[in-house]
Design a protein around this ligand. Sequence first.
Ligand SMILES: [Zn+2]
Length: 300
Amino acid sequence: MTRHTAARVFHWHDTFVHRSRLEAKVESISGLRVGAGRAMMGELCDLPVLRDAAGQPFIPGSSIKGALRSFAEALLRGMAVAVGASPSAHVSLDRVACDPIGEHCLKVITEEDKDTPGQGGRSTALRERDKVELVEGNICLACATFGAPHMASHVRFADAPVEDGQPAIRDGVAIDRDLGRVAGAMKYDYEVLNPGATFRLQVHLNDDQPWQTALLLLALEELERGGIRLGGFGSRGMGLVSVTEKSLHRLSLDDILDGGQGIELDMAQVRDQGIRELRTLVEYRWKEGSAGEPDTTEVG
Ligand SMILES: [Zn+2]
């Protein structure tokens, strides 16, 4: 039996290690709708799609990120349950992927970081170094990858202009949920991107660890499989996409210093290595949580 402290699960942004870029071509199979909310006066339809300043439809990176993150969180919790965590053991599951609305993994910092002036001018706010330690000891694997209130995200999803396919206007009718029939005078129209519309997915990863890259690749595979839908109106069958032309590029410190172009990584290799790391981390994290010992655990 050896006793050791928690492994470092991620790099901080203050030291450059490398930068990766995951790209893919995404094509709408069933129609895609990322809406701008209710139309402004003078628009052509009630529920338009999002457009940039030049009027070009685009898919906001945040909407793709949100969809992939939700899946990644469910996957992390599922992996913890598969290696022995109880599905109802919130403490240990939160160590793997917290509930952002309920007990957020970094809530402890918000609580300890309350500045209380008036005690002889002495501030009890956390020093930066204490904060770093608290984050490292408490952050869940989902927040360590996708970001949290006290931690910038390791992944940035770029907004993606729609390359092929213009939006089409469809008619909708509001159904009275109680009566199950069309509510009088509740017709509206909405815009969708037709099947065949494409955009380039581009994700920038800062100092990503293999397990983080693998987590993202797994979410992308689920999108490809149809298990994740993008945008709204999923209940009407929208948001199914195909994912092709995937690539993973990496720029090292030397590339930055020597003006190098970086290299294309073998995705299968990164995926395999990352999943091995992910399994170890998930198991370690939930056991750590269930033991109620924040920074140490028994490893046999
Ligand atoms: Zn978290």
